[in-house]
Design a protein around this ligand. Sequence first.
Ligand code: THU
Length: 150
Amino acid sequence: MTDTEATRLIAAAREAARHAHAPYSRFAVGAALLMTDGSIVTGANVENASYGLSLCAETVAIATASAAGRLREVVAVGVIGGAMDADGLATGTVPVSPCGRCRQVLNEAAQLGGRDLPVHCGAAQGDAVRSYRLSELLPDAFGPADLGIS
Ligand code: THU
């Protein structure tokens, strides 16, 4: 876990949040996954007129990695979020951490890849960062191994 890693992932998450579809909550979230080859896979939240169908940014990023056959290649995570301004850009200086469902979704990639993922939580603006391991955010997680999948 390095400052460079956190800085890079938070920058990518901020860029991803520009594509959030969040007209209902007006809260834009971006997520970025660092992959084993150094590339970054991103996602942003995708809300729906049927509110409960909305997808979180982290889930979209994981689905994108999985669709490319790269679920086991995730090595670190960055996430940012904040209330949208009139131009639809995320604002605010308080770090955002993954919701409970996203922690479980991230855990699938973590366990399949055999890694306790660093999760860097940043804000839309400013330098505040809180870095965790996924095992801190989701202790004693249920995962693929519980179903005999490795
Ligand atoms: N959201 C995320 O994208 N990730 C999280 O971890 C927390 C919440 C989204 C869902 C919804 O579109 C908006 O933020 C407000 O809850």
